[in-house]
Design a protein around this ligand. Structure first.
Ligand code: 5AD
Length: 346
């Protein structure tokens, strides 16, 4: 736990988040880039994402996969389709796969465990799961099967806002999941959405303190994107600028955390992920979901979904990395830099 973070006042973070002065903003980004280079190196890590099921039991107000969106087309990939996508990304020099899905009510923990074992047998690659809230027994099973990492965004630490946006869900259970994951030895990631309807700057400042205080291995911060088939359809999108400032502050507070330039930054046209990199992010997540399914993984409207990242899903990511004046780290697992000895497989 970093003492500096406790001492850093919410007021100071709020001041940085709201700074309009160009010079101050640039200074924040410059400092975040320097801290990133010193603690994470200059290269940008690749995580290939495979979104394998669009079924979800939840009704998060912002998300197009919410179960009440009866207009959403649902799909589940087969294990063969997933392994095919993993082999493709490994062939292109990506060292981590992120297996993501909605909280699929039909999800079988044994099926997931067998899938992880199969991937681990066929490829030398880190496996990250992003499957939502499940009992500790599931997390234990997947960890035993070889899963290395888990992403579970807290979304917002403002409990009134959390309750309003996640009907039927329980903030305490989400914290319980994050604790279980840490205890089971997962490299754990969390994160937030910036610009949610009803979210104040104080509330974002509190989120950043929470994320830094927990010292997560990975922290993902993306802008809110309104989805037309949700109750939040008519609200404005979260600001790219505010998202980048939140990334830069998180980099400054947490030093060696893996921070992606999130896909939500590419949801606007043109792709703004390079701005996340310029604000101190060091990870980019190209999408390897087969295009016939990817267009239905409709968490938010996304430019890349209508013009899929094909034939080579890496091209756009690499273009963004170049645009930020950085280089790509091929064939890197990109393990946590926080407990390198414990986790290192290199
Ligand atoms: N805007 C921004 N982020 C969203 N997510 C889901 N829906 C939206 C949206 N409309 C994010 C959540 C979730 C991740 C998979 O996608 O943070 O954790």
């Amino acid at each position: 736990m970093n003492e500096e973070i406790n001492l850093l006042s919410l007021e100071k973070i709020k001041g940085l988040l709201t700074a309009q002065n160009r010079g101050r903003q640039e200074a924040l980004y410059r400092s975040a880039r320097r801290i990133c280079a010193e603690n994470c190196g200059s290269k940008v890590l690749l995580r290939g994402i495979v979104e394998f099921s669009s079924y979800c039991r939840n009704t998060c107000m912002y998300c197009g996969l919410r179960s009440q969106n009866t207009g959403a087309h649902r799909y589940r990939l087969t294990a063969d389709e997933i392994v095919f996508a993993v082999e493709e990304l490994v062939g292109l020099g990506v060292g981590t796969v992120v297996l993501q899905s909605g909280e699929d009510p039909e999800l079988s923990p044994d099926w997931v465990a067998t899938l992880i074992e199969r991937i681990k047998k066929s490829c030398d690659i880190a496996v990250t799961l992003s499957l939502g809230e499940w009992p500790a027994s599931f997390y234990r099973k997947w960890r035993s099967a070889g899963a290395d990492r888990y992403l579970l965004k807290i979304e917002s630490t403002d409990q009134d806002l959390y309750r309003a946006l996640h009907p039927g869900m329980d903030y305490q259970n989400r914290l319980r999941c994050l604790e279980d994951l840490e205890r089971l030895g997962y490299q754990t990631g969390s994160g937030i959405i910036v610009g949610l309807p009803g979210q104040s700057v104080e509330s974002i400042a509190g989120d950043l303190k929470f994320l830094a205080h927990h010292d997560f291995d990975m922290i993902s911060i993306g802008p809110f994107i309104p989805h037309p088939q949700t109750p939040l359809a008519s609200y404005p999108a979260g600001s790219i600028e505010m998202t980048c400032k939140a990334i830069a502050i998180t980099r400054s507070l947490t030093k060696n955390t893996h921070i992606p330039a999130t896909s939500a930054l590419a949801a606007t046209r043109p792709d703004q992920r390079y701005r996340g990199l310029l604000a101190g992010a060091n990870v980019i997540m190209p999408n390897f979901t087969p295009p016939s399914s990817a267009r239905y993984y409709d968490i938010y409207p996304h430019a890349a979904r209508t013009a899929p990242e094909r034939p080579d899903p890496l091209l756009q990511a690499i273009d963004q990395i170049r645009r930020a004046g950085r280089e790509t780290a091929y064939f890197a697992r990109g393990d946590s830099l926080k407990r390198k000895k414990e986790y290192s497989h290199e």
